[in-house]
Write a protein that binds this ligand. Structure first.
Ligand SMILES: [Zn+2]
Length: 116
């Protein structure tokens, strides 16, 4: 089986022959370099998503490789979270400016007028 493969490879291009002889070195090196590549991608994604611990996410990309990118891709976006925690619109509305206030407040927190 191995002799058969050798015959095929020696019949094909010298470039592939070179790869076949040095794949024990080329493949680990390529994987090693791709780790740094995916690590920087993870770092960039999490920077855009507003995370502070970028070194940790660099390590995630370094060790998990492509799976680290998937992890970053599907993790929560911190820059969009303030939209989710907007003040409750069900509170009482100010008569003067119309902004929502928490029920039980005496003065409006937007314009300062008395609520009653
Ligand atoms: Zn008001």
């Amino acid at each position: 089986m191995s002799d058969f493969l050798d015959q095929i490879i020696k019949a094909t291009s010298p470039l592939f022959n070179f790869f076949y002889e040095w794949c024990w070195l080329i493949l680990p090196l390529a994987y090693f370099e791709s780790c740094f590549f995916t690590a920087s991608i993870c770092k960039n994604i999490m920077q855009k998503k507003g995370y502070d611990d970028l070194k940790q996410w660099y390590r995630v990309g370094l060790f998990l490789n492509v799976f680290g990118i998937m992890l970053c891709r599907f993790s929560a976006d911190k820059t969009r979270q303030p939209v989710m925690s907007m003040p409750d619109p069900q509170g009482i509305h100010c008569r003067r400016c119309g902004q929502p206030n928490e029920p039980g407040t005496i003065y409006c927190r937007f314009c300062g007028s008395r609520m009653d």
